[in-house]
Ligand binder design. Structure first.
Ligand code: SF4
Ligand code: SF4
Length: 760
């Protein structure tokens, strides 16, 4: 099994820039799939107090562990990027294959497969790559324009001992201040990249973290980790919760009775060991208070995957982790349950953010991040429940891969336009018909808070203030809900706030407090509407047949043929389904070559003997860049032919070292040096080497070294390797022809890939 080998930043840049110029793509994502904003719409959000241009992002997983993955997520429109989870045990042997998106989605994946130090360089490198893309204007003067605000969100696991260990602490500190890594990477930017060497790269890669705990992590451990992260690491924290919080009966009812996934079996153990709902209800407010006391923010994330018994044969483990359509329904029901208990709290706010002090309070929802079966069709619902960010994984592993992201944003845009909502707050308030109810709840809480805070106030003044809230604030807002399409909610809220300054009959300190609270009016309306929308949208989703087994039981089609080194049905599905950009297309010369073998005898000219036919039927061929392939198996699931593209297609390595270590029965390394191209290759387990320049081709197999005219023909010289004793040696020319065609095809500069970019 090959290991992931990070690709150096200059090589990634070289590929991206050349590929864009020559093929209009970056890492195989066509430029038409780059997110360039939605005309007239503002999709920006705030997460842990930071701005992001969209609420969308990849969930910590296969789409954000390498530089190229993160860049692709970003190009597709992701702006809150939850980086793949790191942990102290960074030399794990993860079972392969590990991803099975046969229909709904299962995995036995775990944390980052790179060492901690490598992950750090990948994440910092990705941040630098994005800055270089922006600065270069490669994608146009207006790219990304005002739509580039991006948040990198760390993810660490899995227990307090590991997370508080010196190595993981140092890792988090380096993410908070990456100056040293950036300075290490700067000198690697040479040649055309030298102009970006002194770019002002933001040193703070991240100061937010989403906590991933083990399935079965006890409450005390979770609380201990979050407290550590908030206090000692000074981070904003999001706690990822498990779907087991719904309770076994409820989960089974939804899975079996409602959705019809009768094959899926949960284990009692998972429910017994995981955090209990009552514990979560006590723990989250406690941690929230702790966060506020430290000037930090706490969010919750729904949800982790669900542990189910392995009823298939794809993985060898006894259990596997469920994702996709059924998890979407389970998780939304869990959000509903959670919000029934901890939906809204009433807290003072200032300038739209929760304040640590102040007098008059507004309702506020616990910030909620979401991941579970997100796709372009349900993103609108999820945004309307005020989930920030909405993160996706399973859907991006399907055909189209990262190119699917743009549809998420486009469909969200269509829904915003249909509601006349130019900004996401307006969209949330309008989406499920709960706008007026949200206005009532907010004004009700304002009045309650006024009364509670100013118990000794003059009753005439209090009445005047309450009448102003009912008659002016509520009326204006409700009018906006009914007929204000096209006018941003922000404008109405600003008018109300200004009204409190200039026209409201509000005296003294009471007016001051109310004005302070009104600065958070829009956010309060969004929070309340998001919570009010939840039961409506959860019911609608639970009843929607698109999430049921009947509509998800189909499996990718297999056609019964076997993959070989060359030729296949060319569906190209294996390229975008790979999260690591490991599979690629190259062009070759279709040929049917009748070839001779040669008998080589000392002192004699080579003698032709019958060989065979080397046939390549198609010009369009597939290959794999093994250094970026972690054998996850996803391309095998979607390939209509048998064998697995990552196993049967030529596997190219990035160095002689990794080729020698992992080349196996079908591996290649192409070295471009001093005008000569050398390909090292293992075909069906036998090792070969071919070096070519304009004058000669030198071919080595296990027994002999042979010089062949570059345009073909009989060997002009040969020698047998020491230890090989034969007076007459039969040279099989098929491997030579295979290598020659491969190297000539791969170095074709019209197609840029990881195997040839070093020589372009
Ligand atoms: S090439 Fe296939 S097996 Fe390898 S990482 Fe990509 S999808 Fe997974
Ligand atoms: S290797 Fe399989 S998935 Fe890839 S193009 Fe060929 S048939 Fe399609």
């Amino acid at each position: 099994m090959a290991e992931l080998v990070p690709i150096p930043l200059p090589l990634l840049l070289r590929r991206a820039f050349l590929e864009y110029e020559r093929e209009g793509k970056i890492f195989d994502l066509p430029k038409g799939k780059f997110f360039r904003g939605l005309s007239g719409l503002d999709t920006s959000v705030r997460f842990h107090g930071h701005a992001a241009s969209t609420p969308l992002g990849p969930a910590a997983g296969p789409h954000d562990q390498l530089v190229q993955n993160i860049v692709l997520s970003w190009l597709g429109g992701s702006r809150i990027i939850e980086l793949k989870t790191v942990q102290i045990l960074d030399e794990l042997k993860i079972p392969r294959p590990c991803i099975d998106i046969i229909n709904v989605g299962y995995n036995v994946e775990w944390s980052q497969e790179l060492r901690l130090e490598q992950s750090l360089r990948e994440y910092v490198g990705a941040a630098m790559f994005i800055e270089i893309l922006k600065a270069s204007k490669l994608l146009g003067e207006d790219f990304p324009g005002g739509r580039g605000a991006t948040i990198f969100d760390m993810s660490v696991g899995y227990d307090l001992k590991g997370i508080s260990s010196p190595r993981v602490r140092a890792w988090m500190e380096a993410m908070k201040d990456a100056t040293a890594i950036i300075n290490e990477l700067r000198p690697s930017l040479t040649g055309p990249w030298a102009r970006y060497r002194d770019l002002a790269y933001p040193a703070r890669i991240s100061d937010t973290l989403t906590l991933s705990t083990f399935h079965g992590c006890p409450a005390g451990e979770i609380e201990g980790i979050v407290s550590f992260l908030l206090t000692e690491m000074d981070l904003n924290v999001c706690v990822k919760l498990n779907p087991t919080l719904l309770g076994k009966e409820h989960v089974e009812h939804l899975l079996h009775d409602v959705l019809g996934y009768c094959d899926l079996r949960v284990t009692q153990e998972a429910f017994d060991k995981d955090l209990q709902f009552a514990e979560a209800l006590e723990m989250i407010p406690r941690l929230d208070r702790l966060a506020r006391s430290r000037g930090k923010r706490l969010a919750v994330k729904f949800s982790n995957t669900l542990v189910v018994k392995n009823h298939r044969t794809f993985f060898s483990d006894e259990v596997m982790y469920l994702s996709g359509a059924p998890l979407h329904v389970l998780t939304l029901n869990l959000v509903k349950k959670f919000r029934e208990h901890l939906g809204l709290r009433t807290l003072p706010r200032e300038n739209g953010e929760t304040s640590s002090g102040g007098a008059i309070s507004l309702p506020e929802a616990i910030p909620t991040s979401f991941s579970a079966g997100l796709d372009s069709n349900n993103m609108g619902n999820c945004v309307a429940m005020n989930f920030i960010p909405v993160t996706t994984c399973t859907d991006l592993l399907r055909p189209g891969g990262y190119a699917r992201l743009i549809r998420y944003m486009e469909k969200l845009g269509d829904k915003m336009n249909a509601l006349g909502a130019t900004r996401l707050p307006d969209f949330v308030v309008r989406y499920a018909g709960q706008g007026e109810a949200a206005v009532e709840r907010v004004t009700h809480d304002l009045k309650d808070s006024l009364r509670a805070q100013f118990t000794g106030a003059d009753s005439a003044q209090m009445n005047a203030a309450q009448a102003w809230l009912d008659g002016h604030v509520a009326t204006h807002l409700k009018k906006w809900v009914r007929d204000g399409q096209g006018v941003p909610l922000r404008t109405v809220c600003a008018q109300i706030e200004a009204g409190a300054h200039h026209h409201a009959p509000l005296p003294g300190v009471l007016a001051g407090s109310l004005r302070g609270a009104l600065s958070g009016l829009e956010q309060a309306l969004v929070d309340v509407a998001g919570v009010l929308n939840t039961p409506i949208l959860v019911k609608e989703t639970t009843e929607n047949p698109r999430y049921a087994w009947e509509q998800n039981k189909g499996v990718p089609r297999k056609i019964g043929s076997k993959l070989w080194l060359y030729d296949c049905i060319n569906c190209d599905k294996c390229v975008p389904v790979c999260p690591n950009v490991a599979n690629f297309i190259y062009e070759t010369t279709a040929a049917e070559i009748a070839y001779d073998n040669f008998l080589l005898s000392l002192g004699e000219p080579p003698q032709r003997v019958p060989g065979g036919i080397f046939k390549v039927a198609k010009t369009h061929q597939l290959a794999n860049y093994a250094d970026a392939c972690n054998d996850c198996g996803n391309c095998d699931v979607f390939c209509p032919e048998d064998g697995g593209p990552y196993i049967e297609k030529p596997r190219f390595f990035g160095s002689l070292e990794t080729y020698r270590k992992y080349g196996g029965r079908n591996g290649f390394f192409v070295d471009f040096q001093n005008g000569e191209t050398t390909v090292y290759g293992t075909i069906a387990g036998a090792a070969y080497q071919l070096s070519m320049n304009n004058d000669r081709a030198r071919f080595l197999n296990a027994d002999a070294e042979v010089e062949i005219p570059p345009r073909g023909g009989a060997p002009v010289s040969w020698k047998l390797k020491s230890g090989v004793s034969a007076t007459t040696y039969k040279l099989d020319m098929l491997p030579y022809l295979q290598l020659k065609l491969l190297v000539e095809s791969i170095r074709d500069p019209r197609r840029v890939n990881f195997a040839n970019v070093g020589g372009l």
